[in-house]
Ligand binder design. Structure first.
Ligand code: PLP
Length: 447
């Protein structure tokens, strides 16, 4: 098609790198979400809301480092703090002052964070969170929701884009899958029914605004109901704030939705674009990692090594980033930019007479391509029960691929086919560029 040809004409450098990458990596990629036919974009530079590919093409970036860059690519203060720390040392094999300052910022900003433990990624954070929950409650199982993504360790590896019946994906054992219960989202009766029939549930873990950061939305009312029912049955609530933390508001979804979990997981923004994560929550739960408390209680503590836990370079980047988020209106700016995009794209759909919908909250927008016009504001659907399959994007793969490639050839790199994540650096010019790219792509697609 014309769109695919235009993409290939503009990106010969990405094509060449992809042929080399095929000799190194399965599918030539290093993260599944970068899979794109005929080949993914290879980039070499980013600044603010913009990134450049290896052919020098300029893009308004709507992926933002998988959500890490609330302040945009390479904020000067973060770059300087990182380089300065790199000169001093990247791993001392010792405690250091920066890790305390970093943790104190989290304690100050995140409502649930009485104590903190740093990891190297979001996957590690959810891995530790569920282990803490099991150890503390003495119960065996974790409940989670269809499509909610919590990283790739065994207990979280299925039920994300299939296997909703709880059968494990290749390489995961039945024994692990037996310890996980998958629930439909937005169905509080299903949660209650589970707690009634099974008293072996240690915790429920949830993406607080819905699967894939709101692609299948969770209204605030469900989160509040979940908090109430978990408290009623003595089940722990883990909020996976790997994406939403420091983004929806300085205190994440906990602040924005007014719901405090027992534990939360953090990554991405917390480490200012460097590798890093954390599990934070009630002291009594984090005490499962404490040598003295465990000894005093006569029980074995949970072990938690990790060479790069709280490494000083990630700490330096994280401190500068969290301070900027605490002390400025960065979250509000990103949210306002996304609101403007949602408004504009809805207008474009109406003007072009395309029966799709635009939805999303905070700094996200999503494109609903399944044909029915979405003229309600899907984000006010408190009490509006949505079957999870309704809000997943179009399954006509060719169309979604063309939309993705069309946006790229029009100078915008979206978050796959799903929509986009805005940053505090997306201003009026970027919103206008996104709007124009969407209009041009729709015209080329002739939907
Ligand atoms: N949890 C959520 C909600 C995520 O979106 C992600 C990553 O995108 C993870 C966990 C895993 O984090 P990481 O990629 O740092 O392992």
């Amino acid at each position: 098609s014309a769109i695919i040809n235009a993409y290939m004409a503009a990106t010969p450098g990405s094509a060449a790198l992809h042929s080399k990458a095929l000799g190194a990596f399965p599918s030539g990629i290093t993260h599944d979400s970068r899979w794109l036919k005929p080949y993914p974009l290879s980039c070499e530079r980013g600044k603010g809301a913009i990134k450049w590919d290896v052919d020098g093409n300029r893009y308004v970036d709507l992926f933002g480092g998988h959500g890490s860059h609330l302040l945009g690519h390479c904020p000067d203060a973060v770059v300087e703090a990182t380089i300065e720390q790199m000169r001093k040392g990247s791993q001392f094999g010792a405690s250091h002052a920066l890790e305390i300052e970093w943790a104190n910022l989290i304690q100050e900003m995140v409502p649930a964070a009485e104590r903190v433990r740093f990891t190297s990624s979001g996957t590690e954070a959810t891995h530790m969170a569920v282990r803490l929950a099991r150890a503390h409650t003495g119960r065996r199982k974790i409940a989670r929701f269809h499509r909610h993504f919590h990283g790739w360790h065994d207990a979280m590896a299925f039920g994300v884009d299939g296997h909703f019946d709880g059968t494990p994906t290749p390489g995961v054992t039945e024994a692990v899958a037996d310890g996980v219960v998958l629930l439909p989202p937005n169905d509080i009766d299903a949660v209650r029914a589970l707690f009634e029939r099974d008293n072996d549930i240690a915790a429920v873990i949830i993406e607080p605004i819905g699967a894939n950061t709101g692609n299948v939305p969770i209204p605030g009312s469900f989160l509040k109901a979940l908090r109430a029912v978990t408290q009623e049955y003595g089940v722990l609530l883990i909020m996976d704030e790997v994406v939403t933390g420091f983004r929806l508001a300085p205190g994440g979804a906990q602040e924005a939705r007014g719901v405090t979990p027992d534990l939360c997981t953090l990554a991405k923004i917390v480490a200012g674009g460097m590798p890093g994560g954390a599990v934070a929550g009630r002291k009594e739960l984090l005490d499962e990692l404490d040598f003295d408390v465990s000894a005093a209680k006569g029980r074995e503590k949970i072990k938690h090594p990790g060479t790069y836990n709280a490494n000083p370079v990630s700490a330096a980047a994280g401190i500068v980033t969290l301070k900027a988020i605490r002390d400025t209106d960065a979250c509000a700016r990103a949210n306002a930019a996304a609101e403007a995009v949602r408004r504009n794209l809805r207008k474009v759909l109406a003007e072009e007479n395309v029966p799709w919908g635009i939805y999303g909250e905070f700094s996200f927008f999503f494109i609903y391509m399944n044909g029915a016009k979405l003229d309600i504001d899907p984000m006010t659907f408190d009490g509006f029960s949505v079957p999870s399959s309704t809000f997943v994007p179009d399954t006509r793969k060719t169309l979604t691929q063309k939309l993705h490639l069309g946006m790229i050839t029009n100078g915008v790199d979206p978050m796959g086919f799903r929509g986009g994540i805005l940053s505090a650096e997306h201003g009026e010019a970027e919103v206008a560029a996104i709007t124009d790219a969407f209009r041009n792509t729709l015209k080329a697609l002739k939907v």
